[in-house]
Design a protein around this ligand. Sequence first.
Ligand code: ADP
Ligand code: MG
Length: 258
Amino acid sequence: MFEQITTEKTILKIINFNGWYDQKQILKNINMDMFKNKISAIIGPSGCGKTTLLRSINRINDEIPDYRASGEIIYDGKNIYDKDIDITMLRKKIGMVFQKPVPFPMSIYENVAFGLKIHGLKDKRRIDEIVRLALKRAALWDEVKDELNKPARNLSGGQQQRLCIARALAVDPEILLLDEPTSALDPIATQKIENLIEHLSEDYSIIIVTHNLAQATRISDYMYFMYQGELIEWGPTRNMVRNPKKQLTEDYLNGRIS
Ligand SMILES: Nc1ncnc2c1ncn2[C@@H]1O[C@H](COP(=O)(O)OP(=O)(O)O)[C@@H](O)[C@H]1O
Ligand SMILES: [Mg+2]
């Protein structure tokens, strides 16, 4: 187990990280490593701070006026909370997909092309090519290739979520943050997204929040168990599921805490 941890390439290192909404401390001295081309699942009961931690990783939580963080998140050799960090660039490299699929009120094509235009790409043929590739990578191309100009809102929930994944992929991220991406989907759509996530981890590092323990066990390489704002335990999924070190982890895995 020790060897398995040390041979992975660290992509993200979270050090003494704390987060507050107003006066209320939500994240309590979090320390964890995450690894390149792995699926990392953050698990734990509702309200324990999973979403807050995930949204801290690309600093999207900065948009919440009452939110304040301390500590470090090291990505690409730098603390992303340093003053000289380019937030637009950070969010390009660390993309995010939310719990509810939220396509913009525009066509399928325009949804995927959206980020490219923000980043200043104008060459129509190049944009066409990237849109096609992103939709292919998100396993959606075959279903939508003949209706790229139709409104994205007409797609099914599962297709919308894959579209949101395509939109995130289009700007060429290195890390993908997924916040309960299947919680609003039926079992078949969920299965498709799970397969897609496993496939995507060949090219991207995936960090997924889920309160679906079975899902985390099925797809993740590493698990991080949070409870009331603290990281209780993390490690390779198989080890943690078979042989948790902490009583709290064992209780959660056995359904004694929900
Ligand atoms: N914008 C906010 N303002 C104040 N409190 C919040 C806000 N968002 C979340 N919280 C609180 O922070 C805690 C952690 O929430 P969250 O990170 O969403 O947990 P989880 O994703 O594990 O369910 C909860 O107590 C929640 O009520
Ligand atoms: Mg959440």
